[in-house]
Write a protein that binds this ligand. Structure first.
Ligand code: SF4
Length: 288
């Protein structure tokens, strides 16, 4: 097989992947390899801004560990060899972004609801380690609802040992707004306690998505309450290394949801900085 054929094979391989897919991420300043642990598209939240299309059934309903690991190894090799930049989709990647930043566990639902979460994290870490990719981060993008479960705690510890980073979502200051935006029966207090407990073990990144709901941006009182919740987490010994403030980018689940303007996002970043002293960064309506 020629090198070119090999590349074609690889391209075909990753385009048919069910669990693992490379994306160019401006936020990560490089490539991010996404791992979808929720091919069934089930989530324990039902966020009004969610971009997962749940009107269409996915063909793959269960994670097949061996298949997922094979896809991960294949995509890692495809990216680290540079072959990916010969494909049509990635040919225009600017030189500065031609680097692999992370493997990100996110996908079409909440990744920590996957019952073998600890096993799959450990196995993916091994695939990365075997390739000597210690600098490549493992990012968990999560709603923090399951941190108190032992198998999730084990998975988080494995992430810590493998250049992991946890991006926990928090985008409300009050139970009422939390229920309005995230639409889950899980109490807000559980999420706050989980974030505080996890942040006492390692520094977390907070992902806060704010938007217009039926034309209304979050009220000043809500944003103040949001900052108070962050302050409570740090007062309880939690470490937060960054608060990412962003807004809806792609088509959200509900048509009463709309993005904030760049100025509104900037104002929230300034407020978070002033009221909490935490580093905060803005991400605008264009998403990744
Ligand atoms: S937690 Fe994430 S996947 Fe689940 S509904 Fe919310 S945005 Fe969608």
């Amino acid at each position: 097989m020629t090198v070119h054929q090999l590349h074609v094979e690889h391209a075909r391989l990753f385009q048919n992947n069910r669990f693992v897919y490379p994306v160019l991420s401006r936020r990560s300043r490089g490539l991010s390899i996404g791992v979808n642990l929720n091919p069934d598209k089930v989530c324990n939240f039902d966020c009004i801004y969610c971009q997962v299309d749940r009107t269409r059934q996915s063909e793959t309903r269960f994670v097949e560990i061996d298949g997922l690991l094979a896809e991960l190894g294949g995509v890692l090799d495809f990216v680290t060899s540079g072959a990916i930049f010969e494909t049509e989709k990635f040919r225009e990647t600017p030189p500065a972004l031609r680097r692999l930043n992370d493997i990100a566990f996110s996908g079409d639902g909440e990744p920590t609801t996957y019952k073998n979460f600890d096993e799959i994290i450990a196995a993916c870490a091994e695939v990365k380690r075997n390739r000597g990719l210690d600098d490549v981060k493992m990012v968990l993008i999560t709603n923090a609802s399951m941190f108190h479960r032992p198998h999730v705690e084990r998975g988080l510890a494995t992430l810590d040992a493998n250049n992991g980073e946890i991006w926990a979502k928090l985008e409300a200051g009050t139970e009422e707004y939390f229920k309005l935006v995230d639409r889950t029966p899980i109490p807000f207090r559980q999420i706050l306690d989980n974030i505080a407990a996890a942040a006492r073990v390692r520094a977390l990144v907070i992902q806060a998505l704010f938007m217009r709901v039926a034309g209304e941006p979050p009220s000043a009182a809500e944003l103040t309450a949001f900052c108070d919740r962050l302050n409570e987490i740090t007062a309880a010994g939690g470490r937060l290394k960054l608060v990412q403030v962003y807004t809806v980018a792609r088509r959200p689940a509900e048509d009463f949801v709309a993005p904030l303007s760049d100025a509104e996002v900037n104002a929230i970043v300034a407020l978070v900085g002033a009221r909490t002293g935490l580093p905060a960064a803005a991400f605008y309506g264009s998403g990744d």
